[in-house]
Ligand binder design. Sequence first.
Ligand code: C2E
Ligand code: CA
Ligand code: CA
Length: 712
Amino acid sequence: MNKKRTLLIAEDSKVNRKILKRILEAEGYDTLEAENGQIALDLLQSGKYEISLVLLDLTMPVMNGYELLAKMKESGLLTSVPVIVTTGSEKGMAEIRSLECGASDFIAKPYNAEIIIHRVESILRLCDNAALINELEIDLLTGVYSREAFYRHAQMMLEENPDEKYDIVCSNIENFKMINSKYGITVGDELLRCIAAHNIACIGPDGICGRIGADSFVVLRKSRSLRSQEEIGQLYSQTFQDAPVKNFVMQYGVYPISDRSASIASMCDCAQIALSSIKHKYGMYYAVYDDSMRQKILREHQLTGYMELALAEKQFVVYLQPKHDVQTGRIAGAEALVRWFHPELGFISPGEFIPLFERNGFVAKLDRYVWEVVCTILQGWMKEGRPLIPISANASRVDFDADDLPETISELVDSYGIPHNMLHFEVTESAYTDNPQKMIAAVSMLRSMGFLIEMDDFGSGYSSLNMLSELPIDILKLDMRFIQKGSGLLPNSKRSILSFIVSLSKWLQLPTIAEGVETKEEVELLRSMGCNYIQGFYFAKPMPVADFEKYMTDAKNAPSLQAVTTPKSSEIPTTFASGENMPCVLIVEDIESNRELLKEILKPYYKIVTACDGAQAYALIQTNHAKLSCILLDLLMPVMDGFQLIDAMRKDGFLDEIPVIITSEVGSDSELRALHLDADSFVSKPYNAEILLHHVKKAVNERDFRKLRLRV
Ligand code: C2E
Ligand code: CA
Ligand code: CA
């Protein structure tokens, strides 16, 4: 042994101590002596010496050998300090009893130097190895095997049971990072221990368990038939009832071992591949490996290899899909959706490459590219004098990793001279769950800059009300594809989910866009529920920009406000005008029947322009503010509501220039809010023609007065 070790001789006979001391010191050990059990115990507990082993006589005064063993066991000392008992005449029974008491070995008197040294050395070696194995093999947190140990023991188990069928099952906690940050590391650790304990109990003596990553577990178990996804979901919510965290989701990847010659590590890879195939898929608790999954991995390697060049060569093409106003059927916006046309591989769907790019981070680069293309499209429309409609671009969770995302976007959009409200960003909840604080900060910043935020895929399963209350968003997008199964009418339960989401968003004063809408029945249903916008194959599939431009000019689709002008043609449209010299009133209101009513009342006295949401109104105000005498503003609107419009007007100084009359339901606190917003007056719905005219007249006079003041 290289290191000098200290051994404790507990022996009442001075002669015996001397003999042992001589034998041991001759071999290079240090020794300590104790003439009874109590002194030995004191030495052990003093912490002054690092004692590697105790040579213990059984019969001693004050505290005998058995008593010392019991004390050592009690205090936990025995697990780290091995004891060799030296027996004399009482051999036999004493040996058995001392082993039962926790001694590691025994030596008979009279002493034989060679035997003593041999025993001491082998016990010390054994202890060293055990400590080493302990350190490497067992995951200290959960008590299951660590990665390498799992591989070794799994290999052994397979070799010992050549005729048995086994599975490797890898499992993972969905969103463990979030659990850690929300509940703290201690609770996270507790959850991991709970899962490890569950795994051990579940597989019993016929399998083994390991932990191979922070929240990644693996088991080798005898093959068994699999339950349905629903059953597994229900089963484990029962199983983990006592877990320190409720409602967490575990997912499992199963690899039924077919090729025993493969390494355990590569078997685990297969289970991991199966597991990753259901990552972030709601309602999927397990997946079983099959060879197509490996093909998929190979394909992903291929795409990863091509992606940089593809971006440089502009193989990514942006398509637009219209969003239609439910009331009017006209276009109210568009979503930018990217496609990949590879010269050899052909068309590749974003459904295939986006999840891959989200994993490897490339999506951040691609998204930036798409945003820039969107800017060039909008700039083109402005230059050509086409009506401007907002385009929504997707922002992936990876985009939010950058601290300066809002600034980057704002710089980009400004460099093209695009009004911020013409760009919307569709975000998903996964970005929020990844890092709630960061996401809230970025989204708030973007909104304060005038961009609009749409919550994408709401209703996809993970959406939580908690998130809705914390994350400031402008529009809720619900995806029919998550709700509907097949085509045809929606079954009752799906219908109530839909109606719940739509009324929830009304309650939150958020407009809703339903996407993935394919049939007339769905359109009618959504209309009856009060959903505001629809995007889906029923109207149009995503299409190349040139096609979209043609689609926009089609009379029945044309953006509902022909007055939405570009800076180039800054004339107030005269579509609704009945006289040239009349004061001009802008009606901002999303519900068509309300717009018509207001128009009817005011038409005889004023020139009327209308906008069906804040964004359109804002574009109009920016270019035509000098000609507007008064604005009638509804507060609850999609795209940009009345509150946001007023905020934007205030920032640009238009609020001082043009009087605003808020129109809203009575009974709500809207009137109070309107006054707080510095609106000039308030008219309640349903409209009374006389009162309305009175307010508008007052406002128009006020406007004339302000003009005068400006001139002075
Ligand atoms: P998403 O953001 O939920 O986009 C809507 C998807 O639904 C689009 O698929 C669209 O073609 C499809 N869709 C629209 N209406 C219907 C319908 O009536 N029926 C059915 N069955 N599908 C409909 P697409 O274009 O294949 O895009 C898939 C996903 O890829 C998108 O889902 C989005 O998550 C992602 N993606 C696409 N482009 C981009 C991008 O530029 N950046 C990022 N980060 N993700 C993108
Ligand atoms: Ca989207
Ligand atoms: Ca979506």
